[in-house]
Design a protein around this ligand. Structure first.
Ligand SMILES: *Cc1c(COP(=O)(O)O)cnc(C)c1O
Length: 382
């Protein structure tokens, strides 16, 4: 096996050299506690401010509205639990969808066990939330809507602007898990009426274990982590300065190349989809064209297990995924695909290929050819 062809950029990405380089001094030279008074700590404090400024620019908010977390899972937990607990006197109903990331879904299930009421909106066969369904789900006691910006499995970009407008008109707070959209498609929290958004560094060539929650000024949420006064008193714990610096640098570099890279990836995505469609019994999951993340390909191969494909692709040096990384070890089909209306057996025949900076045009041809070969071999042996 020669080189790895990595087509799982929605699961995680490598750390760019420039990002690592900017992080390094904060492990060794500037190791002071940002809360201390001497100058090596001042350097840290300023580095955190710069990172927040860089992150805030990507989503059009103020740096003071960015709160650092250990990743998007924590941000999702914090946004939903923290808001629910701080606002339960106003109501106990939350609206989300059936195709959220597990960090949102399992948080909502937990809140249900604590007496909150949750509506899980269905989606259409391409994964879009229907605005009419949202309107009908809103009740007197609805306090929060949490809808994913762009889905991690099938790439569907939700009608965020309309959702924001409805929430605004009903005076309901709107949280979005924007991890997969961040630095891939434009996000404007100010103009789209988004009050909270979850972000992660390791999906944009930054380090793992660091993310952020954007909380609009004036929105009240309870702390998840109590202790010292870090993050303006909202999240305790000594700041992980090197990782925060890496996150900021990754965001700065990511937004710089976003437009160009999106164009390049959309072209490669469509080329790969066209190539796969030439294989018999192939079904594309998620939308075709503009309302799909530029780097997402998700298809079913009828009569073939996705898990077998991932295993056999791995032997050829190709990294792909069946289901999302978090549930890939379970034998259940993807709940995102079953929410689209796919039969269980069909849903189990899916694989996801997500493209990124490492993807070159020749990889598209190579992966397309290998998949054809593998699928035909499996079918012949069945
Ligand atoms: C990866 C991902 C998460 C989890 O982010 P972590 O930083 O790994 O906790 C949450 N939501 C979506 C949509 C993701 O793709």
């Amino acid at each position: 096996m020669e080189k790895i062809i990595y087509m799982d950029h929605a699961a995680t990405t490598y750390v760019k050299d420039e990002v690592l380089k900017e992080m390094q001094p904060y492990f060794t030279k500037y190791y002071g506690n940002p809360s201390s008074q001497y100058s090596i700590s001042m350097e840290n404090k300023m580095a955190i401010e710069l990172a927040k400024e860089r992150i805030s620019k990507v989503i059009n908010c103020s740096p003071e509205e960015i709160y650092i977390t250990s990743g998007a899972s924590e941000a999702d937990n914090w946004a939903i639990k923290g808001f629910a607990l701080a606002n339960k006197h106003k109501g106990n109903h939350i609206i989300t969808t059936k195709i959220e990331h597990e960090a949102v879904l399992n948080t909502c299930r937990y809140l249900e066990s604590m007496g909150f009421e949750v509506t899980y909106l269905p989606v259409d066969k391409e994964g879009f939330v229907k605005i009419q369904d949202l309107k009908e789900a809103i009740k007197e006691n609805t306090i929060l809507v949490s809808i994913i910006f762009a889905n991690n499995e099938i790439g569907t970009i939700e009608p965020i602007e309309e959702i924001g407008e409805i929430c605004k008109s009903k005076d309901i707070v709107f949280h979005t898990d924007a991890v997969q959209a961040f630095c891939k498609i434009p996000i404007d929290v100010r103009n789209k009426n988004i009050q909270m958004a979850s972000l992660s560094a390791h999906k944009i060539y930054g380090p793992k274990g660091i993310g952020a929650l954007y909380i609009k000024k004036g929105i009240k949420i309870h702390n998840l982590i109590h202790g010292g006064a870090q993050e303006r008193g909202k999240r305790a714990g000594t700041e992980n300065v090197p990782l925060i610096v890496g996150f900021g640098k990754a965001a700065e570099l990511g937004i710089k190349i976003m437009e160009e890279e999106s164009k390049r990836l959309s072209y490669l995505r469509d080329k790969l989809i066209d190539k796969l469609l030439q294989i018999d019994g192939v079904i594309v999951n998620g939308p075709v064209g503009g309302k799909r993340l530029p780097n997402n390909v998700n298809v079913c191969f009828q009569g073939v297990y996705g898990e077998d494909l991932v295993f056999l692709l791995d032997r050829e040096g190709i990294c792909a995924s069946s289901g999302s990384a978090c549930q890939a070890s379970s034998m259940e089909p993807s709940y995102v695909l079953t929410a689209l209306g796919l039969e269980k057996s069909l849903a189990k025949s899916s694989i996801r290929l997500t493209l990124g900076l490492q993807t070159k045009e020749e990889h598209i041809d190579f992966v397309g050819d290998k998949l054809k070969e593998i699928v035909e071999r499996i079918r012949k042996n069945n």
